[in-house]
Write a protein that binds this ligand. Structure first.
Ligand SMILES: [Zn+2]
Length: 249
């Protein structure tokens, strides 16, 4: 079970990956992790002493409760205004142990123009294809999620999915681990980049229905053998190793 110091380290690594990848307009955005067996979460702090995501270290995180109130942290750090995104995802999704909320320009463009993220790639990146095939919910409002009512509203829109696009605002990504949520957000950003660049180049064509069906069948067979979880874990490990090494360069 991850202890608090380990979680602070993971959360700060996730922030640095997102920051270095330019997946948000600095310093907007935050990553959090549930502290197992408690009603507390580790979250990147905001306020006068805040770091940009790209430079976030474990000491730039803090601990809050499920009401979003500060429990522990540096005096120059406060909970983010949108802490309610995090608390409501943890309250409504026992399977979720990490929540990421950032403002990636690539993805936000698709919400502004009401354009769908199309399944343009198959073998190039099966994980982003899976995101599209699962369906990506959209939250229609463009306001700060600054109270419980809005946090609950957003959590209802996310439902059982692992990502949500927020109109003219950003994304919320969740996962069972910090690694999983970070990689999901990273792949979503890449999917938006491919869709955007393809639209600039010409007329993007989704991969064929036949190929999507092959992919669905492969996933069904794999999940029947529990092999998908194994493959997914291997993919996540190698991707996380790459990303954490990259941020140290
Ligand atoms: Zn926001």
């Amino acid at each position: 079970m991850a202890d608090v110091e380990e979680l602070k380290n993971l959360v700060s690594q996730s922030c640095r990956i997102i920051g270095k990848e330019d997946m948000t307009r600095e310093p907007a955005g935050h990553v959090s992790a549930r502290i197992p067996g408690t009603d507390h979460i580790v979250i990147k702090g905001r306020g006068p002493g805040e770091a940009a995501l790209r430079y976030t270290m474990p000491d730039d995180t803090m601990i809050v409760d499920m009401d979003g109130k500060k429990v522990d942290g540096r005096p120059d750090l406060n909970p983010p205004n949108e802490v309610h995104i995090h608390t409501w995802m943890y309250r409504t999704r026992p399977d979720v142990n990490c929540v990421i909320h950032v403002h990636p320009t690539n993805v936000v463009l698709f919400t502004i123009c009401n354009r769908e993220l199309l399944p343009l790639v198959g073998a190039y990146d099966p994980f982003s294809l899976q995101l599209v095939l699962d369906g990506i919910p959209r939250y229609p409002r463009s306001i700060l999620i600054s109270n419980d009512e809005l946090g609950k509203d957003l959590a209802e829109t996310v439902g059982s999915k692992n990502v949500c696009l927020m109109r003219g605002h950003g994304i919320t990504a969740v996962g069972a681990t910090v690694q999983e949520a970070t990689i999901t957000a990273w792949r979503l950003n890449d999917l938006a980049e491919i869709n955007y660049r393809a639209a600039l180049l010409g007329n993007p064509e989704p991969i064929s229905e036949e190929d999507m069906e092959v992919f669905r069948n492969q996933r069904r067979r794999a999940s029947g053998r529990l092999a998908s979880e194994g493959a997914s874990a291997v993919y996540q490990n190698s991707t996380w190793n790459y990303l954490t090494r990259w941020i140290e360069e």
